[in-house]
Structure formats: structure tokens, C-alpha cells
Design a protein around this ligand. Structure first.
Ligand code: GUN
Ligand code: FE
Length: 438
């Protein structure tokens, strides 16, 4: 296809500001050009330079008063919980029993699953999220429907069927054998099909028998590039329960470790209450934490210590964890991440937060060779942001002096209203002002 050049201000990350230094951690063009062809970034740079080398006749789309960034990456979210977001009153274990399990029951019906998957993916795109790591339900047909909807939109998604063979209502249980067969079927059908990727998905230690966790470990060994996603040390009662269920293990993380579930493609949601030894083991195995700020506050789970994870060299991504999380917006997720660090006397720099939501998420998911910033050769998933989306944002950003201040204001005040356009593999999949033109 013909290349298209997009001209606007531009910002993308090059690395973790804490590790590479703030000045080396990003690229900023006041007036930049991004050239996209065949779903990939072909060229990027300051407009005067790129215009000189641009092939004659290339279409240039000039976006006035807009900022181009990479698409956001959400490292932990549940698509079947879309329509139960904001369920009142409970903390984790009661919330699962009272709200979550009854809602997930509906996904035995493939038609229901397809409809919600479509709503979910479109809501992600409306919020500027182009890649996510996604929990399904225990039903293989619901996960098959999810992948089909994602494949139609050509979004890069990592998803998996929940494995759960105890401590949930009968109607949501599988068995070690059926979870093995169903997972394998989905892996064969969807892993590396187009942009889709598969994650082995034991829900969390309390809802799997030792036999089923062994099956999860076996699946991870049978393929060399599968992901694994689960929950870890989210809630104090949950942690005590795991210790009672697996008395022969040293603690919560050791349960997963025992069954071979740690590693560089293993993503653990929350990890709010890790012991020192567990943090060390996470770092040593290159396992990943998905930090889910809005969920941790909403369920009253606890405060995640980001500098402690950095000290242990643990890769961290951000997750919304909808439906326990309260927003699909990664901007709102950053807003609450900032406050969680404030409560612990830590500062979350706006450029670090931006990194976590883009390149850091890609690194967490081992997708940074393909995604996370706008360097040539990357897949062209990017956003066109409107920093004047509301009168207040407009006034406040004009009143900000530096790039960091402007970025910070975007993160505190911004949400889906700031996402003017979302591009997936070079195609516009969301346009705020002309929704009918999608
Ligand atoms: N732990 C086990 N299942 C879940 C879930 O669905 N949401 C959250 N936040 N934690 C969990
Ligand atoms: Fe979750």
C-alpha cells in the first residue's frame, strides 16, 4: 500500500527513565512526521528532515494541535467483566462470589460472549488501548469468540481461557483434563494467528487444584512461546487462604513456582503484598508484575510499592483490571498510580508513567521488538491525542510551562475524551468526532 505521513507533535519512549536516565528515555518532536506503510512505521523524525527524504507524492496528513503517541498497553484486564464494572460494596473474595461468578456464567452463551467482546474491544480503542493481556472465562467458546472479534479488528491481543476446577460455583468449573484439552484447542487455533497470542490462564491458586496447576505447567513446557497470566498476593485474606490450601509451599509465589509457572512470559496481576524473598524470586526468574491501581483502590487491596519492584529488577506493566478496575482509560489508571505512590512518599514522574503505559508495557509482554514506541519497523499502533479535549484541560495545559508539566496534566485530567483517533496496524479504528466513519 501507499505510505501515509502524519504530521503533528510526537512523543515516544526509548527506555525506563529510572534505568537509562530521564534525558535519554524519550523522543519529542514539536513538529514531527510519522510515515506509515503496510501496517508498520517506515520513518519518523522532525518534519523538516523527514520532508526532505519523503518519496515524492506521499500523502501528508497534517493534524493541527494534536499529539501522536504509541497506543497504550494494558497488561491485565477481564473482558467478561465489562458489564459488571463498578459493583458496589465488597472486597476481593466476596466480590468474586457475589458479582463476578454470576456475571461470568453468562459466557457459556457464545452469542453473549461475542457481543461483549465487541463492546470491550471498541471501548479499549475509544480509550487508546491497542494491546491488552486479557482474561476470558472458563468457557472455551467465549475465548474463541473473543479472538474472532480481535482478529476482525486486527488488534494485537493476548488472551486465554480461565482454568478453574475448585472453590467456585459448579457451573463455572472445569477439570484438569478438560482445561488441558480446551486450552490446547485454543492454542492451536489462535496462538500466532494474525496478531493473536495465547496465555495459559489459571485464575489464581485458590481456584485450581495441584493437579490443574501441574497441567498449566505442562502446557507452558509443551510450547516455547506461550504466555501465562494469573493473580498474585492481591488481598490479605486471599494470601492466608493460599497458605492454608498449600501448606507444603513456602508461600503464595512458591505455589506457582512449584508448578513451573514463573518466567519471562509470566504476568502476575497485583503482587501488592510480596515478601522480600518473593520479590527476589520474581526478579531472578524475570517474571512480570501487572500493577493495577484503580482495582487495588476499588477493592481496598493495598498499595503497590513501585520502587521496591525496581530495586528487585522486576519488569512492571500497568493494568486496568476491569471489572475490579474502575476505568478502561490508561490515563485514569496513571492518575491513580501516581496517587498510590504519593501515599507512600514516592514520586511517579510523568515520563516514567508514560513509559509504563507504552514501551514498559511492551517490554513486560516481551513485545518491545514489535510495539511500544514509534521507531521504524514497529507495528503502527498509535494515537492522535487532543490536549484541549475540554475547556479545563485546554486552559490548564496552556498554563503549563514544560513538556513534563503538560504531560502530567494530560494524565491527571485526561480520559477517553482526549483520544481523538486510534490507529491499529496503520488503520484508523476509532475517531472521536466522527464515530459513524469508523
Ligand atoms: N483474583 C481471582 N480472580 C480475580 C478477578 O477476577 N479479579 C481480581 N481483581 N482478582 C482476582
Ligand atoms: Fe484481575
Amino acid at each position: 500500500t501507499q505510505p501515509v505521513a502524519y504530521r503533528a507533535a510526537m512523543l515516544y519512549s526509548l527506555g525506563d527513565p529510572v534505568r537509562v536516565g530521564l534525558d535519554n528515555s524519550f523522543v519529542w518532536h514539536e513538529d514531527g512526521i510519522l510515515v506509515v506503510a503496510d501496517g508498520h512505521v517506515q520513518d519518523v523524525g522532525p518534519a523538516p528532515e523527514v520532508l526532505e527524504r519523503l518519496p515524492a507524492g506521499t500523502r501528508v496528513v497534517t493534524l493541527e494541535n494534536r499529539l501522536i503517541t504509541p497506543g497504550f498497553i494494558d497488561t491485565h484486564i477481564h473482558f467478561p467483566q465489562t458489564e459488571m464494572i463498578a459493583s458496589y460494596g465488597d472486597q476481593l473474595l466476596d466480590w468474586l462470589n457475589n458479582y463476578t461468578f454470576p456475571e461470568e456464567r453468562k459466557f457459556a452463551d457464545r452469542t453473549h460472549a461475542s457481543r461483549v467482546a465487541g463492546l470491550f474491544l471498541d471501548e479499549l480503542l475509544r480509550n487508546g488501548t491497542t494491546t491488552a493481556m486479557v482474561f476470558g472465562t472458563v468457557h472455551k467458546q467465549a475465548v474463541d469468540a473473543f479472538f474472532a472479534e480481535s482478529d476482525r479488528r486486527n488488534t494485537r491481543m493476548i488472551a486465554g481461557k480461565v482454568m478453574m476446577d475448585r472453590h467456585a460455583p459448579e457451573f463455572l468449573l472445569d477439570t484438569p483434563a478438560s482445561s488441558y484439552a480446551d486450552s490446547r484447542e485454543l492454542i492451536e487455533r489462535w496462538h500466532n494467528k494474525g496478531r493473536q497470542l495465547y496465555a495459559v490462564t489459571p485464575r489464581f491458586a485458590p481456584t485450581s487444584t495441584a493437579e490443574q496447576l501441574a497441567v498449566a505447567g505442562r502446557l507452558m513446557r509443551e510450547y516455547d512461546d506461550l504466555y501465562m497470566q494469573t493473580h498474585l498476593s492481591e488481598n490479605r485474606q486471599e494470601i492466608e487462604w493460599v497458605k492454608a490450601l498449600f501448606p507444603e509451599q513456602k508461600g503464595y509465589l512458591d505455589v506457582y513456582d512449584h508448578f513451573g509457572l514463573l518466567g519471562e512470559r509470566s504476568v502476575f496481576a497485583h503482587a501488592v503484598h510480596l515478601e522480600q524473598e518473593e520479590s527476589e524470586r520474581m526478579g531472578a526468574t524475570d517474571s512480570v508484575i501487572s500493577h493495577c491501581p484503580t482495582s487495588n483502590l476499588f477493592l481496598g487491596s493495598g498499595l503497590f510499592d513501585l520502587p521496591a519492584a525496581e530495586r528487585h529488577r522486576i519488569r512492571v506493566g500497568l493494568g486496568t483490571d476491569v471489572g475490579a478496575g474502575t476505568s478502561f482509560s490508561m490515563l485514569q489508571t496513571i492518575n491513580e498510580a501516581y496517587k498510590i505512590q504519593q501515599l507512600q512518599q514516592h514520586k511517579l514522574h510523568p515520563m516514567k508513567a508514560f513509559y509504563l503505559a507504552t514501551l514498559g508495557g511492551a517490554e513486560a509482554l516481551r513485545l518491545d521488538d514489535r510495539l511500544g514506541n514509534l521507531l521504524p519497523g514497529k507495528e503502527a499502533d498509535f494515537l492522535v491525542l487532543d490536549l484541549a479535549a475540554t475547556p479545563l484541560m485546554s486552559a490548564r495545559i496552556q498554563n503549563a510551562q514544560t513538556l513534563y508539566e503538560k504531560l502530567f496534566v494530560l494524565m491527571m485530567l485526561g480520559d477517553d475524551r482526549a483520544i481523538a483517533e486510534t490507529y491499529v496496524y496503520g488503520e484508523c479504528r476509532h475517531r472521536r468526532d466522527h464515530p459513524q466513519a469508523q
